[in-house]
Design a protein around this ligand. Structure first.
Ligand SMILES: Cc1ncc(COP(=O)(O)O)c(C=O)c1O
Length: 444
């Protein structure tokens, strides 16, 4: 029986105690070390203990730790917003700071709804999102999210959201379709859904640019998001891209949507923004949305106590400066190619690996009991949990999940190593992952 007074996520399994972190490695109280190959949950883009980030945080704490945003702005929040807008896709003009990914999604949903109230379209009330997505655990974010297992018991509390198919090429593209044709089929499905709800009644379509936690790094097929963007424009519907996990450099460009050639109306970012040094998230907004608020009520009816926290902004600013100064986006692309090759070499022919997919340093490995039929393992085996335990036993943190296929069946492993990982780190990651996978499958 654990004597811990922390209400942990899991109440039956004791956790190791993390005591220090340096570079790509975390160390526990028993002296065991772990390579952080998932950045926690795709968070620690600069690894742990980065001296420049720590120095920036120390300096900010010494000067000013906190000032409430209904009284003051701060130099550091202004500087971070300036930087984020300067590097954002075209037309984005402002940054709304929050403390994490779910808060960013909640703010984006409310901002989208209030925008239509401001411009005299209060009848718009529907959100459309995708199955097998994850947008956070607060009620609004959970409602737009498409993970059935996470939603199930909270359904009576969730706002009504219409879900369409994810872009899940490995499972859903038909053999007689090209990737482009598959993307067009998905856009047609979205179009039908919009028509059914009435285009004038829809607030926004919400999607992760590259799907993350629920189905394990679902990369969009060519043309899909262009089609989605056109459809949204035709109906005056906002496009909210959730880049909480896939954004801020993780896929090799600062924003994942750059690779799709589209610009959203609102974009949520978090994890890699502050790299885990402080809790911070943000919504990047198009100028016309901010202008509608300014010309209308002049007030976004939302807010939290810790918006734009000075130390969080200082940490995020330092993280982003280091990424630029050290050319880490280029390194993500380069090491990403190395990781892809290493994964394919070690796992490409593995009898229980169905698909290896990803971009930059963001990779998913989908596990199957049979490669030809793509049959998944019996969910009762909880293979993903076994992989995690076997990986931890080998000093490796990866982020495995079940419910890959439909929220219940399927398993995958998500990898999101720090941008500073070396080739030797990646070799170790892939070697230990292979060992963990074999042991988990052999474990019956
Ligand atoms: C795409 C996406 N959106 C939102 C969230 C929620 O972020 P947080 O856990 O910081 O609330 C996550 C977290 O994994 C995510 O991956």
């Amino acid at each position: 029986m654990s004597t811990s007074r922390v209400f942990h996520r899991q109440l039956r399994q004791p956790l190791p105690v993390a005591v220090s972190g340096q570079g790509v490695t975390l160390t526990d109280s028993e002296g065991r070390t772990y390579i952080d190959a998932s950045g926690g949950a795709a968070v620690s883009c600069l690894g742990h203990g980065h001296p420049d980030v720590l120095a920036a945080m120390h300096a900010q704490i010494d000067q000013l730790a906190y000032a409430h945003t209904s009284f003051f702005t701060t130099t550091v929040a202004e500087a971070l917003a300036e930087r984020l807008v300067a590097t954002a896709p075209e037309g984005m003009s402002h940054t709304y700071f929050v403390s994490g990914g779910s808060e960013a999604v909640e703010a984006a949903l409310k901002m989208a709804r209030q925008y239509f109230v401001e411009i005299g379209q209060p009848q718009r009330r529907h959100f459309i999102a995708r199955r097998q997505s994850y947008h956070g655990n607060t009620l609004g974010a959970l409602a737009v999210g498409g993970n059935e297992w996470r939603r199930q018991q909270f359904k009576p509390l969730l706002i009504e959201v219409t879900h369409v198919s994810p872009c899940y090429e490995y499972r859903d593209r038909r053999a007689d379709e090209t990737p482009e044709q598959y993307g067009q089929r998905l856009v047609a499905e979205l179009s039908d859904t919009i028509d059914r709800l009435g285009g004038e009644n829809v607030i926004a379509f919400v999607a992760e640019t590259v799907g993350g936690a629920t189905a394990g790094v679902l990369t969009p097929v060519p043309g899909y998001f262009k089609g989605v963007r056109e459809l949204c424009d035709r109906h005056g519907i906002l496009l909210i891209l959730d880049e909480v996990m896939c954004g801020m450099g993780r896929t090799g460009t600062l924003h994942a949507c750059e690779q799709e050639g589209i610009v959203p109306d609102l974009m949520t970012i978090a994890k890699g923004l502050g790299g885990g040094y402080q809790p911070i998230g943000a919504v990047l907004t198009q100028a016309r949305i901010v202008e509608a608020f300014r010309a209308g009520s002049g007030l976004f009816q939302h807010g939290h106590t810790y918006l734009g926290h000075a130390v969080a902004c200082a940490a995020a600013l330092a993280v982003q400066q280091v990424i630029e100064r050290d050319g880490l986006l280029g390194q993500v692309r380069e090491r990403g190619r190395y990781l892809q090759q290493a994964l394919l070499a070690a796992l490409g022919e593995h009898p229980n690996v169905g698909d290896v997919r990803g971009r930059g340093l963001f990779w998913g490995v989908e596990l199957v009991s049979d490669r030809t039929s793509r049959q998944w393992f019996d969910p009762a085996r909880r293979l993903h949990a076994r992989v995690k335990a076997e990986a931890m036993a080998r000093g490796l943190m990866v982020y495995p999940m079940g419910g890959t296929v439909d929220g219940h069946a399927g398993d995958h492993v998500l990898l999101a190593p720090p941008f500073i990982s070396t080739e030797a780190d990646i070799d170790q990651i892939v070697h230990r992952l292979r060992g963990a996978l074999d042991a988990a499958v052999a474990g019956g």
